[in-house]
Design a protein around this ligand. Structure first.
Ligand SMILES: [Zn+2]
Length: 348
């Protein structure tokens, strides 16, 4: 009996691995059919983040949202990390935030380093960012190394937003992803590929990350109802801080990393030193035996560890952003008149 179970298990494992490899190959062919290596590579100047004259609050071209199944109990709450029983699995995550008054960038160094190392990662992308970077967004969606999560439409602060605005921030991002997924299918058809070639590209993001590390019980309940787990983090690179350096990121991560960690950095040009740190960081983590997983695979590989609140390093520390960013969708206004220039506040 034991032998039979083992055989079945081995067969299932092998079938799974072979299936996954075939799937990756199919999706990789979508990527390579649509874009050359030169078109996929990051370009100088794309990293820069700018400000818009007035906030852009226009909705996506369609607001139709693909329905997701309700969230199982084990994925409810603010997910911090995963208990992997000591297995050295980690999830690298990078946020691509874009506020209503922001034109944020694309940090090609981060994406290129992940691709060069074949390192899987999860990207939490703002809906408005998806709209303002359609080609980059579709490349990331089509790349089997990456998984796309929802990072709200205009980086709203879910500690402060009214319920209707919270629902919009979530739904419009899901809708914009669907718009780009349809465009990706159209481009693929033009190049002789069929819908079945795109089968492994999800129809909708199935993960969410609260901007600023801020949430409240109503926000968590709304997400659960919409079928999206709230994936926060257990280890930060500290890269929103303009004083962050590649050396500091390496030290921060390598000194603290534990099995099952969800690590946060930024790939929208607001991650200081991340792209430069990444090649070494990936090598050093691999040397220590760590395997890089997409968040959804990490969540399935162990016991998700949830908190009842959202925060950065310790409970309550993200509440400071309420006073600075208000509803979160725009940058704080510069104060008129004399007085010291406010120091920029690093916010996730
Ligand atoms: Zn963010």
């Amino acid at each position: 009996m034991r032998q039979t179970c083992l055989t079945v298990l081995v067969l299932l494992c092998c079938a799974g691995a072979a299936g996954a490899a075939a799937e990756a190959e199919t999706t990789a062919s979508v990527l390579s059919t649509l874009w050359s290596p030169a078109e996929l590579a990051g370009a100088a100047g794309e990293r820069k983040s700018g400000r818009l004259g007035a906030p852009d609050r226009t909705p996506p071209a369609s607001v139709a949202v693909p329905a997701l199944p309700p969230l199982p109990q084990r994925l409810q709450g603010s997910l911090r990390r995963v208990d992997t029983h000591g297995e050295k699995l980690v999830a690298l995550t990078f946020d691509l935030c874009e506020l209503a008054d922001q034109a944020s960038g694309y940090d090609g160094a981060v994406i290129d380093a992940l691709r060069a190392a074949g390192a899987r990662a999860t990207l939490f992308v703002g809906g408005k960012w998806l709209r303002s970077h359609p080609t980059r967004a579709m490349q990331l969606m089509a790349d089997p190394l990456f998984e796309i999560g929802n990072h709200a439409w205009t980086h709203g602060n879910f500690g402060r937003l009214e319920p209707e605005a919270m629902a919009r921030e979530i739904a419009w991002t899901q809708a914009q992803y669907a718009v780009l997924r349809a465009e990706l299918a159209r481009l693929a058809r033009e190049r002789g590929l069929s819908e079945s070639d795109l089968a492994t590209i999800p129809k909708a993001p199935t993960l969410f990350r609260f901007p600023y590390g801020r949430c409240r019980p109503e926000a968590l309940a709304m997400l659960a109802e919409m079928g999206l787990p709230a994936v926060q983090w257990s280890l930060t690179t500290g890269d929103p801080d303009p004083a962050s350096t590649p050396e500091r990121i390496l030290k921060n991560v390598l000194e603290r990393v534990r099995p099952g960690d969800i690590i946060i950095g930024h790939a929208n040009g607001n991650g200081h030193g991340t792209g430069e740190a990444l090649p070494n960081l990936l090598v050093e983590l691999s040397k220590r035996g760590y395997i890089f997983m997409k968040v959804s695979d990490l969540l399935a590989a162990g016991r998700p560890v949830a908190a009842s609140d959202c925060y950065d390093g310790h409970p309550g520390d993200a509440a400071q952003y309420d006073a600075i960013f208000g509803d979160g969708t725009t940058h704080p206004r510069k104060k008129n008149g004399p007085g010291p220039t406010p120091k920029p506040t690093p916010a996730p």
